[in-house]
Design a protein around this ligand. Sequence first.
Ligand code: SF4
Length: 303
Amino acid sequence: MIYEMPPFRPPNEGAEQSLLLRVTRGCPWNKCTFCAMYKGMKFERRDVEEIKKDIKVAKLFYNAAYGREPKTAFIGDSDSPIIKTEDFVEILRFLRAKIPSLRRVTSYARAKTIVRKREEYLRALREAGLTRLHLGLETGSDELLRRVRKGASAEEMITAGRKAKAAGFEISEYVILGLGGREFFETREHALETARVLNEINPNFIRFRTLVPLPGTPMHDKYVSGELELLTPHEVLEEAHTIIENLEVSSWVSFDHVSNPYPIPDAKLPEEREHLLGDLRFALSLDESQLVDAKYLICRGYL
Ligand code: SF4
């Protein structure tokens, strides 16, 4: 490895060839029952001086690889704002000074961490050059959040989203379709509560994924034992349709993940709601053989 990179980043950071930096290793929570990303990895904060060395190397590496200066950067791993605010500010200032071409710097963040951070600390991170936070909402249902051990309530998700926006961040909220299996699909609780929470936050971006219960996670054990019944691709699309129908937000909606049944194009709400619902209805009209079924991704170990 030329320098230490985060093992995961959001798909759009790959599409935009973001410069990747790592300030922590792993996840400080690491208990969500559906998540295999950092399983078996001990959570660690990296040394600030080591990160500064990485920034210098990353810049050279990026220029050699892409023949241009980076425009965007992504900072991993799962919850960078958990480190001391003064350390993060120092890293961000150094990054911005070394790579002035950066227009956007983003990071994953846990809602619980944002709820705990004082507002002036969030503003300090924003002023030092962090511009966007990727937050895993997954669902707005309190019962489902509890069952998947997300470690935050719907109210905390709302508080975190609003607080980050008030501090000046763009925010990207992730939703997992099919997370509650058939039980939460039939009651529509996952869809309706997710729409309710998203309406309260009004994030800049809403990004959909579909549940793939990966081996080594408690969710996979539930699937294997028959306790969790996965949705069919048509049911996943129906759940997405219910969420979109109930959204009252001004957000970009994206299905930018291979786990989703069909490649629905990005759309801006509210202007493109009918277009987006039409795309979902078109996908719903397709034969099952033309859609991606999440259960066939399980063995590939793909998240
Ligand atoms: S979903 Fe996020 S918070 Fe939950 S264990 Fe995975 S990385 Fe950690």
